[in-house]
Design a protein around this ligand. Structure first.
Ligand code: GLU
Length: 500
């Protein structure tokens, strides 16, 4: 097989959600599996829909996933489109520019070649004429589309015009898609589409074919929504005498409601996922398994990047649409978090603590980190679990103390006795704390669980925290005792209200 070269060719018309990045993952996995090249190309020919910042977003997110294109836009190309920032990557490659708005001369050249060979023609129909034609077609219940009025008019290159591709009449066009098998269209359904606009910008069909050819793309991996464009691409390859790449169109991703993935159905962008506390390796793993399976009956769900690369194949892509399930992605993220070496966990947790305004001495957080790690599905869950270690004033949910028959009187007793038991401890170790507090529960004839809820709320403010004795030991005797006293005060003045 000749060198495998795939591409990710986003249009910067918005901020890609995870479904968009799946296209990048598949193209990257396939290229890497075959020891080939993964190319990033920015398809920015639809100037009106271009969103500033969308290119930067794509580059930053790919980097977050650890995906670095082998070829892509250089710094000067990024500068030329105003998508430059400190730290922007500087990709290169032999077939640049990799930004379509900087390749206009090449599209014009190919359009001229098509005209010269009789496969395309200039058209100077005005928008009003096209509109009238369209209305008449609709009235006759015909498929709307350009009639071919200018086909033989030999419109001069000196008047404002577009270039249209001359669709062959009455023929079938076939394509062997690596995912869908043989697909055939009848050219009757295709109209003479514009390939070059009057302002010199190409339309998608021309630009994509020229670039995939010029950039020596061997395999086009893209979403099924591009399949209807494929016959036009096949005809363009044919007209230009170029060998078409292998096409692989994969199905869409639906939300759990069965509807096409949208923001409402939980389609996060990778930025949302990052801010929520997902790990890039977990997202990469999870999203790569939507619509692709590593083998018939394979139950394994956790794959390292290397495993994904070594197992990826076009045969594993499903025909049926995939489902994006945020809850399952959270579950997988939890698995990834638990597998991290604890130092790495601390490193990844730190920016989330900072973002939440929680300042905890490093050694204190490090002591508790293994317990926190066990309980974390998303990195954003860490701050509320450990904020009791910071110097911020505690907000106690006092009402949460009174579970399973616990009442303010008993709670007071638990707190008073615990206070004296703990203040007598010479050594504030986890075992000593555990023995002392268990003894308090026994003396009061309480189940340890219900006594511990009271203590947990008193000292940490809430009911869900890392394990109690470890939390107390890390917080330190002095603070634990102060907080128990504060909770006693709160109980005295108001038995059930939330204290602020
Ligand atoms: N530029 C198209 C997009 O925004 C990609 C089309 C293709 O892959 O051929 O998704």
């Amino acid at each position: 097989m000749k060198e495998v070269r795939t591409r990710f060719a986003p249009s910067p018309t918005g901020f890609q959600h995870l479904g968009g990045f799946r296209t990048a993952f598949f193209a990257w996995l396939f290229a890497k599996h075959h020891g080939g090249k993964f190319v990033l190309r920015i398809e920015d020919t639809d100037c009106e829909r271009t969103v500033p910042g969308a290119v930067r977003f794509i580059l930053e997110e790919l980097a977050w996933f650890g995906i670095f294109p082998d070829e892509g836009p250089s710094l000067s190309e990024l500068k030329a489109i105003g998508e430059y920032w400190d730290g922007a990557p500087d990709f290169h490659g032999p077939y640049g520019p990799y930004v379509q708005s900087q390749r206009l001369a090449r599209y014009k050249e190919v359009a001229e070649e098509l005209i010269a060979k009789g496969f395309a023609y200039r058209c100077d129909c005005t928008p009003e004429m096209l509109e009238r034609e369209r209305n008449e077609q609709m009235a006759r219940r015909e498929l709307p589309g350009y009639s071919g009025y200018c086909r033989d008019r030999k419109v001069s290159a000196d008047v404002p015009h577009v270039v249209r591709f001359k669709m062959p009449q009455h023929r079938s066009i076939s394509l062997t898609d690596a995912v869908r098998g043989n697909v055939t269209w009848n050219s009757l359904s295709l109209k003479d589409t514009v390939i070059l606009k009057s302002d010199g910008f190409p339309m998608y069909h021309l630009a994509v074919v020229v670039d995939d050819h010029d950039m020596k793309i061997s395999h086009i991996l893209r979403g099924i929504e591009w399949l209807p464009s494929a016959p036009i691409h096949v005809l363009l390859y044919e007209a230009l005498g170029w060998e078409p790449p292998v096409f692989a169109h994969f199905p869409v991703i639906n939300g759990p409601d069965g509807k096409k993935l949208s923001k409402r159905s939980g389609a996060a962008t990778s930025r949302d996922a990052r801010e929520k506390g997902f790990l890039p390796e977990a997202v990469l793993n999870f999203v790569s398994l939507i619509g692709w399976a590593p083998g018939e009956g394979c139950e394994q769900e956790i794959f390292s990047r290397e495993e994904l690369v070594s197992r990826f194949s076009l045969e594993g892509i499903n025909q049926a649409s995939g489902i994006f399930d945020m809850t399952k992605m959270e579950w997988m993220n939890g698995l990834y978090i638990r597998k991290l070496p604890v130092d790495d966990f601390i490193k990844r947790a730190t920016p989330f603590l900072e973002a939440a305004g929680i300042h905890i001495p490093h050694d204190k957080f490090a002591q508790l980190a293994p317990h926190v790690q066990e309980r974390t599905k998303l990195l954003t869950e860490i701050a509320p679990m450990v904020d009791f270690l910071s110097d911020k004033p505690l907000h106690r949910d006092m009402a949460a103390m009174f579970q399973k028959g616990m009442d303010p009187g008993k709670a007071r007793e638990v707190l008073q006795r615990s206070h004296s038991a703990l203040s007598n401890l010479p050594d504030f170790s986890v075992t000593a704390i555990s023995d002392a507090l268990r003894a308090v529960a026994t003396e009061l004839g309480l189940k340890p669980g219900s006594a511990f809820v009271v203590l947990r709320v008193a000292v940490t403010g809430k009911t869900i925290t890392p394990p109690l004795f470890e939390s107390f030991a890390v917080l330190g005797k002095e603070k634990v005792l102060v907080r128990i006293s504060e909770a006693l005060d709160a109980l005295g003045s108001n038995n059930t209200a939330t204290q602020h």
